[in-house]
Write a protein that binds this ligand. Structure first.
Ligand code: MG
Length: 253
């Protein structure tokens, strides 16, 4: 069942989204060679709680971190820990914030120091794929239009999209209907209607699309060991078009 949100609910989600954005912005300024993902997790939790939010992921099905921190060939769901970042790494950071009972979910993949041109291209194309997907978030379109836009852009650059994990509706629950795959034909799936809020999250691999789970039963890695990137925004479908909620708070908005 797809739960559409009222204007007031969307504003609550935007306030959570502003904390997601602020947290990612903070971490982006702290990420450098030598820092551990555990240190980033502590910074994130303090930031989120200081803003009056709760880190949504902490305790979710027993997840121990406030963020997911997924370096290099790890696609998503990395538990923050002793991993010490090195020059040339990329680090996917996923942040969920609950405020006033509503959740926003966003992710960015950051370069650590100087990264290779190939890695840079993967990050750029994945972020562009997210933008292409968001551009499809218009009343009357279908979920498949988002999926198709993401896949088409990523594959046009020779990359592959992960199929076994997908974006999702979001609201009072972190994972609501509908699922939002990053692949598939246009014109299919649920129709987009005003008040739907979707977490759109392309996961794009440098090599093959296949992934496998790590020993901790959380981390997801590329099967071929190639780099992976992940970008995510929470987006509301409005009569004025897509509204990204995981962004800086609009003054007076
Ligand atoms: Mg998500």
């Amino acid at each position: 069942m797809i739960i559409r949100k009222s204007q007031a609910e969307i504003e609550k989600m935007a306030r959570a989204g502003a904390v997601v954005w602020g947290c990612l912005d903070l971490l982006g300024r702290k990420i450098e060679p030598g820092i551990t993902t555990k240190e980033l997790d502590r910074l994130a939790e303090k930031y989120i709680r200081d803003k009056g939010g709760v880190p949504t992921f902490k305790g979710y099905r027993g997840f121990p971190g406030s963020i997911c921190a997924s370096p290099n060939d790890m696609v998503v769901h990395g538990i923050p820990g002793k991993v010490r970042l090195r020059e040339g790494d990329v680090l996917g950071v996923d942040v969920g914030v609950t405020m006033d009972g509503y959740i926003a979910d966003g992710a960015t993949t950051f370069p650590v120091g100087e990264i290779s041109a190939k890695a840079h291209e993967l990050l750029r194309v994945t972020e562009e794929s997210l933008s292409k997907g968001i551009a499809q978030c218009r009343i009357g379109n279908r979920v498949g239009d988002i999926s198709h836009a993401v896949q088409t852009h990523a594959e046009a650059h020779g990359f592959s999209v992960v199929e076994s994990m997908v974006g999702h509706g979001v609201g009072r629950e972190m994972h609501e209907d509908p699922q939002v795959p990053n692949f598939g034909p246009a014109g299919q799936g649920p129709e987009l209607r005003e008040g739907m809020v979707l977490a759109i999250e392309p996961m794009v691999n440098f090599g093959g699309f296949e992934v496998e789970m790590g020993d901790d039963s959380w981390a997801i890695y590329t099967k071929d060991g190639g780099l992976s990137a992940h970008f995510e925004h929470t987006v509301a479908i409005t009569k004025h078009g897509p509204r990204i909620l995981t962004t800086a708070e609009v003054a007076g908005g």
